[in-house]
Design a protein around this ligand. Structure first.
Ligand SMILES: [Zn+2]
Length: 370
């Protein structure tokens, strides 16, 4: 897999960093790009770091050596070896390849913006709100930029509304919203699974913006006590750092229920804008899927479900018991939420969550009867 012709150009709405990628694999397009709305061309230096991070896993999946014909950070290139060791240990479809760069050039230090990838979900709201409470701590570097990345390449009024919400939250939090478009997810989809890859996709996007960011937070999806192999992980995320940009896996100190109880339950901003659903239209919650229901349990445990404007007021336990579980990760997350409910004196919610988790992998009754 060869990355060449790395180029930064102005677009009608901002700036674009892109490169040509040649591979024997069937990739979705010829050029991979990161495009920022507005901003400054200096934010996107013409380097190969973002392409190395974004194409390492796809190259491993394709079994092709990765050649990045552009300046690359020596630190990042060294870390890529460790990333490959972890990937190969976790996922059988990935094997180690050789990675080479056109030239090793240290990243330029001095950028002081602190980014946080922001989707309006529980994890990133927790990181944002907790950061707000730490601003007076010595040595703390406060979040300055909320990064909204359109990996799904959504368009239309729902997506526009989602971006408006991110902008509103940013404004109320004394941050700037930075909106990024990229074809990275579609580009690599033939070769990698998003749940394995998304951490690298975030690292890659942060590296594209290294002319802006000196530090960037990736909000944790799991907690230190339960860390399955997953694309964004405390052993992986920091490895996408280079000499000038520090990438941090943030907020794995708390379960989803603890995040809601400690921070979101005390924030009207979060309760007005919380958006967690993958199933529904961009910027909306369906209110009936596993993730919506699991979030509703956390809000109910914190006593604020009725104050949350974006999810139903009442948790239907029958619906919870019967909610389909899409994966073992969802099952584990539901089980963890059930444990939190039990510990917080809600055996009714604990039992319903446990029943839902236990139904994962079972053949539905209607099919078994056929
Ligand atoms: Zn939903």
């Amino acid at each position: 897999m060869i990355v060449e012709d790395v180029r930064r150009e102005p677009t009608a709405r901002g700036w674009r960093l892109s490169a040509t990628v040649r591979s024997k694999a069937a990739l979705a397009a010829e050029r991979l790009h990161f495009t920022v709305h507005g901003g400054d061309g200096e934010w996107l230096p013409e380097r190969g770091d973002a392409f190395l991070a974004g194409l390492l896993m796809p190259a491993m999946s394709a079994g092709e050596d990765l050649v990045v014909d552009a300046p690359v950070s020596g630190r990042l290139l060294r870390s890529a070896r460790t990333v490959m060791e972890i990937y190969a240990a976790w996922w059988k479809y990935l094997r180690k390849v050789t990675v080479t760069a056109g030239e090793l050039v240290e990243a330029k230090r001095g950028q002081d913006a602190v980014g946080l990838f922001f989707t309006l979900g529980v994890d990133c709201f927790y990181s944002l709100l907790r950061d707000g409470g730490r601003r007076s701590e010595p040595g703390h570097r406060a979040v300055t930029d909320l990064l909204s990345v359109n990996f799904e390449q959504h368009a239309g009024p729902d997506h526009t509304q989602l971006i408006d919400r991110v902008r509103m939250v940013a404004e109320r939090s004394d941050c700037r919203a930075v909106v990024v478009e990229t074809n990275l997810r579609a580009f690599t989809a033939p070769l990698v699974r998003w749940e394995d890859f998304h951490g690298a996709a975030l690292g890659s996007t942060a590296l594209a913006l290294q002319g802006l960011l000196g530090r960037c937070l990736i909000a944790a999806g799991f907690e230190y006590r339960h860390l399955p192999p997953y694309g964004s992980h405390p052993v992986l995320d920091h490895l996408w750092s280079n000499e000038a940009l520090e990438i941090v896996h943030d907020g794995a100190d708390a379960t989803r229920a603890e995040k809601v109880a400690r921070q979101l339950s005390r924030s009207d901003l979060a309760l007005q804008h919380l958006t967690v659903c993958w199933r529904s239209r961009p910027g909306h919650n369906c209110g009936v899927c596993e993730k919506c229901l699991r979030t509703m349990i956390a809000l109910e445990l914190a006593g604020v479900l009725r104050r949350c404007r974006t999810l139903p007021d009442v948790l239907d336990l029958d619906r919870l018991r019967n909610v389909p579980m899409g994966s073992a990760d969802h099952r584990d997350a539901m089980r963890e939420m059930g444990l939190d409910a039990g510990a917080r004196g809600r055996p009714d919610l604990a039992a319903a969550a446990e029943l839902a988790a236990n139904r994962y992998g079972q053949v539905p009754r209607t099919e078994a009867a056929r």
